[in-house]
Design a protein around this ligand. Structure first.
Ligand code: KG4
Ligand code: ZN
Length: 339
Protein backbone atom coordinates (compact mmCIF):
# COMPACT_ATOMS: atom_id res chain seq x y z
CA UNK A 1 0.00 0.00 0.00
CA UNK A 2 1.56 3.35 -1.06
CA UNK A 3 1.58 6.44 1.13
CA UNK A 4 -2.00 7.53 1.68
CA UNK A 5 -3.58 10.62 3.18
CA UNK A 6 -5.85 10.09 6.16
CA UNK A 7 -8.28 12.52 7.76
CA UNK A 8 -8.50 12.03 11.53
CA UNK A 9 -11.50 13.31 13.49
CA UNK A 10 -11.67 13.40 17.30
CA UNK A 11 -14.54 14.87 19.32
CA UNK A 12 -15.08 12.42 22.17
CA UNK A 13 -14.80 14.95 25.00
CA UNK A 14 -14.20 18.71 24.98
CA UNK A 15 -11.60 19.10 22.23
CA UNK A 16 -12.58 19.33 18.58
CA UNK A 17 -9.53 17.94 16.80
CA UNK A 18 -8.84 17.33 13.13
CA UNK A 19 -5.70 16.23 11.33
CA UNK A 20 -4.51 15.33 7.87
CA UNK A 21 -1.66 12.87 8.09
CA UNK A 22 0.27 10.91 5.54
CA UNK A 23 1.98 7.60 6.01
CA UNK A 24 5.33 7.96 4.22
CA UNK A 25 8.26 5.52 4.03
CA UNK A 26 10.10 7.73 6.57
CA UNK A 27 7.24 7.77 9.03
CA UNK A 28 4.23 9.90 9.75
CA UNK A 29 3.89 13.29 8.17
CA UNK A 30 1.37 15.63 9.75
CA UNK A 31 0.14 17.78 6.83
CA UNK A 32 -2.15 19.94 8.96
CA UNK A 33 -3.80 19.97 12.36
CA UNK A 34 -6.64 21.95 13.90
CA UNK A 35 -7.56 21.77 17.53
CA UNK A 36 -10.11 23.79 19.37
CA UNK A 37 -10.09 23.34 23.13
CA UNK A 38 -13.20 24.21 25.10
CA UNK A 39 -11.29 24.37 28.39
CA UNK A 40 -12.05 28.08 28.81
CA UNK A 41 -15.78 27.47 28.45
CA UNK A 42 -15.93 24.54 30.90
CA UNK A 43 -13.56 26.27 33.34
CA UNK A 44 -16.32 28.11 35.16
CA UNK A 45 -18.10 24.81 35.91
CA UNK A 46 -14.91 23.09 37.12
CA UNK A 47 -15.34 20.25 34.62
CA UNK A 48 -16.77 19.31 31.23
CA UNK A 49 -20.51 19.93 30.80
CA UNK A 50 -21.61 17.35 28.18
CA UNK A 51 -24.47 19.37 26.68
CA UNK A 52 -22.27 22.43 26.18
CA UNK A 53 -19.47 20.27 24.76
CA UNK A 54 -21.61 18.73 22.02
CA UNK A 55 -23.10 22.09 21.05
CA UNK A 56 -19.60 23.58 20.75
CA UNK A 57 -18.42 20.70 18.55
CA UNK A 58 -21.43 21.23 16.29
CA UNK A 59 -20.75 24.94 16.00
CA UNK A 60 -17.04 24.54 15.28
CA UNK A 61 -16.48 21.47 13.21
CA UNK A 62 -17.32 22.76 9.72
CA UNK A 63 -15.17 25.88 10.03
CA UNK A 64 -12.30 23.79 11.43
CA UNK A 65 -12.55 21.38 8.50
CA UNK A 66 -12.36 24.28 6.03
CA UNK A 67 -9.33 25.66 7.84
CA UNK A 68 -7.65 22.27 7.95
CA UNK A 69 -7.87 21.74 4.19
CA UNK A 70 -6.83 25.34 3.56
CA UNK A 71 -3.79 24.91 5.77
CA UNK A 72 -2.75 21.68 4.06
CA UNK A 73 -3.59 23.13 0.62
CA UNK A 74 -5.37 19.91 -0.19
CA UNK A 75 -8.66 19.16 -1.89
CA UNK A 76 -11.22 16.83 -0.33
CA UNK A 77 -10.61 14.40 -3.18
CA UNK A 78 -7.06 13.76 -1.99
CA UNK A 79 -8.17 12.11 1.25
CA UNK A 80 -8.21 8.34 0.97
CA UNK A 81 -9.41 7.30 4.42
CA UNK A 82 -11.39 8.89 7.25
CA UNK A 83 -10.69 7.72 10.80
CA UNK A 84 -13.04 8.94 13.50
CA UNK A 85 -13.34 8.29 17.23
CA UNK A 86 -16.61 6.44 17.82
CA UNK A 87 -16.16 5.58 21.52
CA UNK A 88 -15.75 5.63 24.42
CA UNK A 89 -16.69 9.22 25.26
CA UNK A 90 -19.58 11.60 25.70
CA UNK A 91 -22.41 10.45 23.44
CA UNK A 92 -23.40 13.90 22.18
CA UNK A 93 -19.78 14.83 21.50
CA UNK A 94 -19.03 11.57 19.68
CA UNK A 95 -22.11 12.01 17.50
CA UNK A 96 -20.87 15.30 16.06
CA UNK A 97 -17.50 13.90 14.94
CA UNK A 98 -18.98 10.69 13.60
CA UNK A 99 -21.78 12.60 11.84
CA UNK A 100 -19.30 14.92 10.12
CA UNK A 101 -17.02 12.02 9.16
CA UNK A 102 -19.92 10.03 7.71
CA UNK A 103 -21.14 13.02 5.72
CA UNK A 104 -17.70 13.42 4.10
CA UNK A 105 -17.36 9.68 3.53
CA UNK A 106 -20.78 9.59 1.85
CA UNK A 107 -20.29 12.69 -0.29
CA UNK A 108 -16.76 11.80 -1.40
CA UNK A 109 -17.12 8.00 -1.38
CA UNK A 110 -14.13 7.62 0.92
CA UNK A 111 -13.77 4.61 3.25
CA UNK A 112 -14.47 5.31 6.92
CA UNK A 113 -13.22 3.56 10.01
CA UNK A 114 -14.31 4.01 13.64
CA UNK A 115 -11.46 4.21 16.16
CA UNK A 116 -11.46 3.34 19.85
CA UNK A 117 -10.31 6.46 21.72
CA UNK A 118 -7.86 4.56 23.94
CA UNK A 119 -6.31 2.72 20.99
CA UNK A 120 -5.91 6.17 19.45
CA UNK A 121 -3.98 7.33 22.52
CA UNK A 122 -1.72 4.27 22.29
CA UNK A 123 -0.93 4.99 18.62
CA UNK A 124 0.03 8.58 19.49
CA UNK A 125 3.47 7.25 20.42
CA UNK A 126 4.18 6.11 16.83
CA UNK A 127 3.74 9.53 15.25
CA UNK A 128 7.11 10.81 16.43
CA UNK A 129 8.63 7.35 16.80
CA UNK A 130 7.62 5.22 13.83
CA UNK A 131 10.38 2.69 14.49
CA UNK A 132 9.02 1.72 17.91
CA UNK A 133 7.66 -1.82 17.79
CA UNK A 134 5.18 -3.72 19.91
CA UNK A 135 5.00 -5.53 22.26
CA UNK A 136 4.86 -2.93 25.00
CA UNK A 137 2.69 -2.12 27.98
CA UNK A 138 0.86 1.18 27.66
CA UNK A 139 -0.44 3.28 30.52
CA UNK A 140 -3.30 5.36 29.12
CA UNK A 141 -3.80 8.03 31.73
CA UNK A 142 -6.10 10.99 31.16
CA UNK A 143 -9.06 12.88 32.57
CA UNK A 144 -11.41 10.05 31.68
CA UNK A 145 -9.22 6.94 31.79
CA UNK A 146 -6.52 5.16 33.73
CA UNK A 147 -5.93 1.85 31.99
CA UNK A 148 -3.00 -0.53 31.56
CA UNK A 149 -2.96 -2.21 28.17
CA UNK A 150 -0.75 -5.03 26.97
CA UNK A 151 -0.16 -4.01 23.35
CA UNK A 152 1.02 -7.32 21.90
CA UNK A 153 0.74 -6.33 18.25
CA UNK A 154 -1.47 -4.35 15.88
CA UNK A 155 -5.05 -5.41 16.52
CA UNK A 156 -3.99 -7.39 19.61
CA UNK A 157 -4.60 -5.33 22.75
CA UNK A 158 -5.41 -6.82 26.13
CA UNK A 159 -6.50 -4.74 29.09
CA UNK A 160 -4.49 -5.58 32.21
CA UNK A 161 -5.99 -3.23 34.78
CA UNK A 162 -7.85 0.02 35.24
CA UNK A 163 -9.06 2.37 37.90
CA UNK A 164 -11.92 1.25 40.08
CA UNK A 165 -13.11 4.78 40.62
CA UNK A 166 -11.66 8.14 39.50
CA UNK A 167 -9.26 8.49 36.59
CA UNK A 168 -5.89 10.00 37.62
CA UNK A 169 -6.56 13.19 35.62
CA UNK A 170 -9.96 13.50 37.25
CA UNK A 171 -8.26 13.33 40.67
CA UNK A 172 -5.84 16.09 39.58
CA UNK A 173 -8.77 18.19 38.36
CA UNK A 174 -10.89 17.67 41.52
CA UNK A 175 -8.02 18.42 43.89
CA UNK A 176 -7.10 21.54 41.90
CA UNK A 177 -10.71 22.66 42.12
CA UNK A 178 -10.73 22.16 45.90
CA UNK A 179 -7.55 24.23 46.10
CA UNK A 180 -9.15 26.95 43.99
CA UNK A 181 -6.48 26.62 41.30
CA UNK A 182 -8.64 26.36 38.18
CA UNK A 183 -9.32 23.90 35.37
CA UNK A 184 -7.82 21.72 33.99
CA UNK A 185 -5.97 21.13 37.22
CA UNK A 186 -3.23 18.74 36.12
CA UNK A 187 -0.84 21.27 34.59
CA UNK A 188 -1.42 23.73 37.47
CA UNK A 189 -0.61 21.11 40.14
CA UNK A 190 2.40 19.98 38.10
CA UNK A 191 3.72 23.57 38.08
CA UNK A 192 3.07 24.21 41.79
CA UNK A 193 4.55 20.87 42.82
CA UNK A 194 7.90 21.83 41.28
CA UNK A 195 8.57 24.12 44.26
CA UNK A 196 6.91 21.90 46.88
CA UNK A 197 8.14 19.08 49.10
CA UNK A 198 6.62 15.75 47.97
CA UNK A 199 7.30 14.26 51.40
CA UNK A 200 5.58 17.04 53.36
CA UNK A 201 2.20 15.33 53.80
CA UNK A 202 2.04 11.53 53.92
CA UNK A 203 -1.05 10.93 51.78
CA UNK A 204 -2.12 7.30 51.36
CA UNK A 205 -0.76 5.52 48.26
CA UNK A 206 -3.59 4.44 46.00
CA UNK A 207 -2.47 0.83 45.85
CA UNK A 208 -5.37 -1.56 46.37
CA UNK A 209 -4.17 -5.16 46.83
CA UNK A 210 -0.43 -5.13 46.25
CA UNK A 211 -0.55 -7.77 43.50
CA UNK A 212 -3.53 -6.36 41.59
CA UNK A 213 -3.19 -4.08 38.59
CA UNK A 214 -6.16 -1.96 39.59
CA UNK A 215 -5.88 1.68 40.57
CA UNK A 216 -7.99 3.67 43.00
CA UNK A 217 -7.76 7.43 43.43
CA UNK A 218 -10.94 8.34 45.30
CA UNK A 219 -9.44 7.53 48.74
CA UNK A 220 -6.52 9.84 48.03
CA UNK A 221 -8.87 12.58 46.87
CA UNK A 222 -10.90 12.17 50.09
CA UNK A 223 -7.69 12.34 52.14
CA UNK A 224 -6.82 15.67 50.49
CA UNK A 225 -10.33 17.04 51.18
CA UNK A 226 -10.10 15.86 54.79
CA UNK A 227 -6.69 17.48 55.18
CA UNK A 228 -8.07 20.79 53.87
CA UNK A 229 -11.04 20.67 56.29
CA UNK A 230 -8.77 19.88 59.21
CA UNK A 231 -6.44 22.76 58.34
CA UNK A 232 -9.38 25.17 58.05
CA UNK A 233 -10.72 24.02 61.42
CA UNK A 234 -7.33 24.38 63.11
CA UNK A 235 -6.71 27.61 61.21
CA UNK A 236 -3.23 26.31 60.59
CA UNK A 237 -1.18 27.44 57.67
CA UNK A 238 0.19 25.02 55.13
CA UNK A 239 2.06 25.44 51.89
CA UNK A 240 -0.04 24.97 48.78
CA UNK A 241 2.99 23.80 46.85
CA UNK A 242 3.79 21.16 49.50
CA UNK A 243 0.24 19.90 49.29
CA UNK A 244 0.35 19.81 45.46
CA UNK A 245 3.70 17.99 45.50
CA UNK A 246 2.56 15.47 48.13
CA UNK A 247 -0.68 14.71 46.30
CA UNK A 248 1.08 14.42 42.94
CA UNK A 249 3.71 12.11 44.42
CA UNK A 250 1.01 9.74 45.72
CA UNK A 251 -0.63 9.56 42.27
CA UNK A 252 2.67 9.14 40.46
CA UNK A 253 3.90 6.45 42.87
CA UNK A 254 0.79 4.36 42.22
CA UNK A 255 0.98 4.81 38.45
CA UNK A 256 4.70 4.01 38.22
CA UNK A 257 4.52 1.04 40.59
CA UNK A 258 1.62 -0.69 38.81
CA UNK A 259 2.90 0.03 35.32
CA UNK A 260 6.32 -1.48 35.98
CA UNK A 261 4.60 -4.47 37.59
CA UNK A 262 2.33 -4.87 34.55
CA UNK A 263 5.29 -4.75 32.15
CA UNK A 264 7.05 -7.40 34.25
CA UNK A 265 3.96 -9.64 34.18
CA UNK A 266 3.61 -9.16 30.42
CA UNK A 267 7.31 -9.97 29.99
CA UNK A 268 8.06 -6.79 28.04
CA UNK A 269 10.89 -4.29 28.32
CA UNK A 270 9.06 -1.28 26.87
CA UNK A 271 6.60 1.03 28.60
CA UNK A 272 4.54 3.64 26.78
CA UNK A 273 2.94 6.59 28.59
CA UNK A 274 0.05 8.31 26.81
CA UNK A 275 -2.98 10.49 27.58
CA UNK A 276 -3.16 13.97 29.10
CA UNK A 277 -1.58 12.99 32.44
CA UNK A 278 1.43 11.63 30.51
CA UNK A 279 2.41 15.33 30.23
CA UNK A 280 3.10 15.31 33.97
CA UNK A 281 6.77 16.07 34.56
CA UNK A 282 7.05 14.05 37.77
CA UNK A 283 5.31 11.03 36.21
CA UNK A 284 7.75 11.09 33.28
CA UNK A 285 10.69 11.35 35.65
CA UNK A 286 9.58 8.71 38.13
CA UNK A 287 8.42 6.25 35.49
CA UNK A 288 11.76 6.53 33.70
CA UNK A 289 13.63 5.99 36.96
CA UNK A 290 11.52 3.01 38.10
CA UNK A 291 11.66 1.44 34.65
CA UNK A 292 15.44 1.83 34.45
CA UNK A 293 15.77 -0.02 37.78
CA UNK A 294 13.77 -2.84 36.19
CA UNK A 295 15.81 -2.74 32.95
CA UNK A 296 12.96 -1.25 30.94
CA UNK A 297 12.64 1.75 28.60
CA UNK A 298 9.91 4.38 28.70
CA UNK A 299 8.49 6.25 25.69
CA UNK A 300 6.04 9.12 25.64
CA UNK A 301 4.92 11.59 22.97
CA UNK A 302 5.21 15.38 23.01
CA UNK A 303 2.57 17.12 25.15
CA UNK A 304 0.34 18.06 22.19
CA UNK A 305 0.14 14.40 21.23
CA UNK A 306 -0.50 13.24 24.83
CA UNK A 307 -3.69 15.25 25.19
CA UNK A 308 -6.60 14.56 22.85
CA UNK A 309 -5.67 15.01 19.20
CA UNK A 310 -6.70 13.71 15.80
CA UNK A 311 -3.26 12.60 14.54
CA UNK A 312 -3.44 9.61 16.87
CA UNK A 313 -6.91 8.69 15.57
CA UNK A 314 -5.70 8.84 11.96
CA UNK A 315 -2.69 6.69 12.84
CA UNK A 316 -4.73 4.06 14.72
CA UNK A 317 -7.40 4.01 11.99
CA UNK A 318 -4.81 3.49 9.29
CA UNK A 319 -3.33 0.48 11.09
CA UNK A 320 -6.77 -1.09 11.44
CA UNK A 321 -7.45 -0.34 7.77
CA UNK A 322 -4.23 -2.13 6.86
CA UNK A 323 -5.44 -5.12 8.87
CA UNK A 324 -8.48 -5.19 6.60
CA UNK A 325 -11.06 -3.61 8.88
CA UNK A 326 -13.71 -1.40 7.24
CA UNK A 327 -16.78 0.33 8.58
CA UNK A 328 -19.88 1.40 6.71
CA UNK A 329 -22.09 4.47 6.92
CA UNK A 330 -23.99 2.58 9.61
CA UNK A 331 -21.04 3.28 11.97
CA UNK A 332 -22.49 4.02 15.40
CA UNK A 333 -21.16 5.71 18.55
CA UNK A 334 -20.46 3.79 21.78
CA UNK A 335 -20.15 5.88 24.98
CA UNK A 336 -18.56 2.89 26.71
CA UNK A 337 -16.55 0.51 24.62
CA UNK A 338 -14.06 -2.19 25.65
CA UNK A 339 -10.63 -2.05 24.06
O1 KG4 B 1 -6.15 13.13 27.22
P1 KG4 B 1 -6.85 14.37 27.70
O2 KG4 B 1 -6.65 15.65 26.93
O3 KG4 B 1 -8.40 14.17 27.73
C1 KG4 B 1 -9.04 13.01 28.13
O4 KG4 B 1 -9.19 12.09 27.27
O5 KG4 B 1 -9.38 12.96 29.33
O6 KG4 B 1 -6.44 14.55 29.24
C2 KG4 B 1 -6.84 15.66 30.02
C3 KG4 B 1 -6.40 15.42 31.45
C4 KG4 B 1 -6.94 16.44 32.44
O7 KG4 B 1 -7.47 15.75 33.56
C5 KG4 B 1 -5.70 17.24 32.82
O8 KG4 B 1 -5.76 17.77 34.14
C6 KG4 B 1 -4.61 16.19 32.71
O9 KG4 B 1 -4.98 15.46 31.55
N1 KG4 B 1 -3.27 16.77 32.54
C7 KG4 B 1 -2.30 16.67 33.48
C8 KG4 B 1 -1.19 17.40 33.00
N2 KG4 B 1 -1.54 17.93 31.78
C9 KG4 B 1 -2.81 17.53 31.53
N3 KG4 B 1 -2.27 16.02 34.65
C10 KG4 B 1 -1.14 16.09 35.37
N4 KG4 B 1 -0.07 16.81 35.00
C11 KG4 B 1 -0.03 17.46 33.82
N5 KG4 B 1 1.06 18.15 33.46
ZN1 ZN C 1 -8.27 11.18 25.64
Amino acid sequence: MGPIIILGVESSCDDTALALVQDTPDGWRVLARELSSQADIHKKYGGVVPEIASRQHAELINALLERLFGQAQLGWGEVELIAVTNGPGLIGSLLIGVGAAKAIAFAREIPIIGVHHLKGHIYSVFIERPSLAMPFVALVVSGGHTVLVNARGHGDFVEMGRTRDDAAGEAFDKVAKALGLGYPGGPLIDQLAKVGNPGAIPFPRALPAKDSLEFSFSGLKTAVMYFLKQQARDQSAFSLSDLAASFQEAVVDALAEKTVRAAGLAGVKQIVLVGGVACNSRLREKMTQRAAEAGMDVYYPSPELCTDNAEMIACAGYHEFKLGRRDTLRLDVHPSLAI
